[in-house]
Each structure stands twice: as structure tokens, then as C-alpha cells.
Design a protein around this ligand. Structure first.
Ligand SMILES: Cc1cc2nc3c(=O)[nH]c(=O)nc-3n(C[C@H](O)[C@H](O)[C@H](O)COP(=O)(O)OP(=O)(O)OC[C@H]3O[C@@H](n4cnc5c(N)ncnc54)[C@H](O)[C@@H]3O)c2cc1C
Length: 429
């Protein structure tokens, strides 16, 4: 979550040692931010930030999206930003359990936030990575079809990409054989030329460092357990959090930004009335590592996505060292902490992998890790899929200063810098 006004980043250490519960604080301070101001003075960096008491504050939880938003807002003059995170480091949930693909933005409808933010975010990501030396590569991606139904789906994606102005092209048999002899595509190939990969950990390290350079702070080991909209949010938001040692703390801020990933619906439900509560859905994805050096590819390989599929199919991605990994698949679960890979998933994934990589060695494929997509429904992942669900990024009516980000699944990593730009726009324009 982010409080906007003073944007304050507080680490768990600061939080536990400098703030205290409401019980020990007087309620008669009148500057609007008495508790926070008084308690953080012992901490040089934060105290310095809070010299701006009375100015704007923001607060958010921190995956790659939270970090990008906090960094964006922290550069605003006369504000301070606090980033709240229940773990002891940034990006340990969904942001470190994904495919690290810089998506091109070709699967979503022209009017969708997913398309707009992915296309804009991709460009911003390539520019930032090039400028800051963050490891990345424009690998390109092949969408491969094995039959007529898949080919029609691939062509549909190609057509949509043309409408969106994103470069894609058809790859002929001779070119396919020359470039990627191990990849099988019986019915055809569409190439996405702007797809790539990024080292998401380096990216997050950069974002966190830059956030701090801009005057922001992170409050780690700070689990938000309650939020009260004071006078309907007009007097700000009182956030209650529990630190690692069980200490309960409470702070008040003018602006609150919910970018809590799989915890975002819970935060939403703390703030908004019952009729505006949201139910989270969790789509677990299991990854499989590949230890053999053959077969190899230099492009990412995705099966054509059929309408209604909750993900993009068990695809082949590469890390920056060129190692292959397969996945993620889609498995609906009830528990967002259910991150244990299940051996049964491997058996289901094998035929999908063999369809496009027939010489793959099954003995070299092993269960790797899982990630959980924060979903708002169990619909399809692409535009043509039944029940397509766009990102929700909005000001909440009747709750001034509260910006809500829900369902930030893929392509959230790619879109993160553009989402940050959008949130700043919602607050300031
Ligand atoms: C399997 C999988 C593959 C993906 N592949 C890609 C890809 O290749 N390319 C791409 O662009 N996107 C991909 N994504 C999507 C991308 O990973 C996410 O959109 C992105 O990481 C979301 O970032 P976030 O900051 O919103 O959420 P998170 O990273 O989940 O961060 C939210 C943070 O909020 C914290 N939090 C939650 N509740 C509380 C609370 N009450 N108090 C304090 N802290 C709290 C959590 O601890 C967490 O650290 C993939 C996702 C998955 C699951």
C-alpha cells in the first residue's frame, strides 16, 4: 500500500522501534500527522522525511508494482513515501515467482488496461534496463500451432497485434528450420519481435535503491491488519500493522495505495463497505527446470493460447544464462501460500511440452517452483477468452486518496513502470 501526500518508506526495523500503538498516543494532536511525526524523529532518514509533516503521505505494499509506484511518487517535491511489506524483503511473493518475460502486449483488447499498460510498460522497461544496465534481452517469441484450431488462435493474435500496432510476423517453414530446428510447429508460427526477458531481481533492486535515493523508505516485516477510513477518507486513513515481534502499530496518512498482489482483495475489503468487497481467486502455476543441454532454443516458445485458458499455456522460457524452463501451467487453488510444486502437474505438462519440443528429454525435466496469479475471476487470460478480466486500477468513489490495484496478474511485471505512471496521473491530474 502507498500513502500519498507525504510518501514515506519505512523499514520494518524503523516501524518496530520508532512507532507505537495508538494506545500510548494522545488523540488531541492537531497537525493531522502527530503520531507518525513524533515517533520517527529518532530515525535520521525517516525523521528527515517527516519534517514535511502536513504534506502528503503515501503508503503501499511492495512487489515490483509497489516499488515502481513508490519510486514514481517519491520524486514528487514536498512528499514522502512509505512502502509497507509484511516480509523481510521486497518482491518475495508473485514478483519473484514469474517467468520474467517482457511481454509484447498482443493478447488483450485494444481498450484494455492490460494492452495499453503492457505496450507502454514494455518500452519503458527496455529503456530503463538499457540506461541502468539491468540485465535483459530481446529474445523474441514464437507462438506455435500444431493444428487448425491453434493456428486460427495464433492468427487471431497476429491480427490483434496489427491492430494494436505491435510488430508480429509469420515465420515460414524454411526460416523456422534454419533458426530453431528443434521446435515443432505443424500448423504455423507467429513471431512476436518485441518480446524479451529481464532479470526481475536486478530490476527490483534497482527500483528499491532508486526509491531510497529519491527519499522513500521501506517498512519490512510490517503486516497490515486493519485500515480505517477517517471521516470516509477525507481525514486520511489509519493503518494498523503488526511487526515481526507481534507489536501492533498504527499510523495515519492522507493517501493509501493498495498494490498488495494476492493480498489486495483483503486490503480492499478492509477499506470499502461490504457491498464493494471482492473475492480473490488464485491461479497457481508450476514451473519445471530442464537440466539437459539439448535441445536448445534461442527464442521463447508458447503454444497458441485457446480461448478460456487461465494462462498462456505451458510454454518454454529462457533465463539470461540461456537455461530453459517450462511452465507455468494453471491450477486453481484456495490458498495463496500453496507454493509446493506437485509431481502430478509434471505428468500433465509433458505432452504439452513434447508437442512443440519433440526431442525433449523427460528425464531432465524436474519440478522447480510455483507462483500464484492474483485473479478476480476464473475466466480466460486472453482477450478472446470467456470472462476476460482486465487490471483494476482506480480511485475508489467516496474514498478520497484511496487508489486500488486489483487483479495485477500477468503482464504486471512488464506493465509495472507504466502502472506507476498511471497511478501518479490518477493522483495528480
Ligand atoms: C506464474 C506467474 C508468471 C508470471 N509471468 C509474468 C511474466 O512473464 N511477465 C509479466 O509481465 N508478468 C508476469 N506475471 C505477473 C507478475 O509477476 C505480477 O503481475 C507482478 O509481480 C505483481 O506485482 P505486485 O507488486 O502487484 O504483487 P506482489 O509481487 O505479490 O507484491 C505484493 C506485496 O504485497 C505484500 N502484502 C500483501 N498483503 C500485505 C499486507 N496485508 N501487509 C503487508 N504487505 C502485504 C506481499 O507480501 C507482496 O510482497 C506472472 C505471475 C505469475 C504468478
Amino acid at each position: 500500500m502507498i500513502y500519498h501526500s507525504i510518501s514515506v518508506n519505512v523499514s520494518g526495523y524503523y516501524f518496530a522501534h520508532t512507532w507505537t500503538s495508538d494506545r500510548s498516543l494522545s488523540d488531541d494532536d492537531s497537525d493531522g500527522y502527530p503520531r507518525l511525526h513524533r515517533r520517527v524523529q529518532a530515525i535520521p532518514r525517516t525523521a528527515q522525511l517527516l519534517e514535511h509533516a502536513g504534506l502528503q503521505r503515501r503508503r503501499h505494499t511492495c512487489g515490483v508494482v509497489g516499488l515502481a509506484i513508490a519510486r514514481q511518487l517519491a520524486s514528487r517535491e514536498g512528499t514522502s513515501t512509505i512502502l509497507l511489506e509484511r516480509h523481510d524483503a521486497a518482491g518475495t511473493e508473485t514478483s519473484s515467482r514469474n517467468s520474467e518475460v517482457i511481454h509484447a502486449g498482443i493478447y488483450y483488447g485494444t481498450d484494455s488496461l492490460k494492452a495499453k499498460l503492457c505496450i507502454r510498460g514494455k518500452q519503458m522497461m527496455y529503456d530503463l534496463c538499457a540506461k541502468q544496465g539491468i540485465p535483459h534481452r530481446n529474445t523474441k517469441k514464437w507462438i506455435v500451432a500444431q493444428n487448425e484450431e491453434q493456428w486460427n488462435a495464433a492468427l487471431g493474435t497476429h491480427k490483434l497485434a496489427q491492430t494494436l500496432g505491435v510488430p508480429t510476423r509469420l515465420v515460414g517453414r524454411e526460416e523456422a528450420q534454419r533458426r530453431e530446428p528443434e521446435v515443432q510447429a505443424l500448423a504455423g508460427i507467429v513471431e512476436s519481435e518485441t518480446t524479451g526477458i529481464v532479470d526481475s531481481h536486478s530490476l527490483m533492486m534497482y527500483l528499491q535503491g532508486d526509491l531510497e535515493d529519491r527519499g522513500g523508505d521501506c517498512a519490512f516485516l510490517t503486516n497490515v491488519t486493519g485500515i480505517e477510513a477517517l471521516n470516509g477518507g477525507r481525514d486520511g486513513y489509519r493503518i494498523t500493522a503488526v511487526s515481526a515481534d507481534g507489536t501492533q502499530t498504527s499510523i495515519t496518512a492522507e493517501t493509501l495505495i493498495n498494490s498488495a498482489g494476492n493480498g489486495a482483495c483483503a486490503i480492499n475489503n478492509m477499506v470499502l463497505p461490504r457491498e464493494r468487497h471482492r473475492t480473490p481467486h488464485y491461479a497457481k502455476g508450476t514451473y519445471f527446470s530442464y537440466s539437459a543441454s539439448f535441445p536448445k532454443t534461442s527464442v521463447l516458445v508458447y503454444p497458441a493460447t485457446l480461448p478460456g485458458h487461465g494462462g498462456l499455456g505451458t510454454h518454454l522460457t529462457l533465463d539470461l544464462a540461456g537455461r530453459i524452463r517450462f511452465g507455468p501451467d494453471v491450477e486453481w487453488v484456495d490458498d495463496p501460500t500453496d507454493l509446493k510444486p506437485s509431481p502430478a502437474r509434471l505428468q500433465q505438462a509433458l505432452p504439452e511440452i513434447k508437442a512443440y519440443l519433440p526431442h525433449v528429454d523427460p528425464e531432465a525435466i524436474s519440478l522447480d517452483y510455483c507462483g500464484i496469479r492474483p485473479k478476480l475471476g476464473r475466466g480466460g487470460a486472453v482477450n478472446t477468452g470467456k470472462g476476460f478480466q482486465d487490471f483494476v486500477i482506480q480511485k475508489e468513489e467516496g474514498f478520497p486518496g484511496f487508489i486500488n490495484l486489483l487483479g495485477i496478474e500477468s503482464p504486471g511485471l512488464t506493465s509495472s513502470l507504466a502502472i506507476a505512471e498511471m497511478v501518479e496521473g490518477l493522483l495528480y491530474r
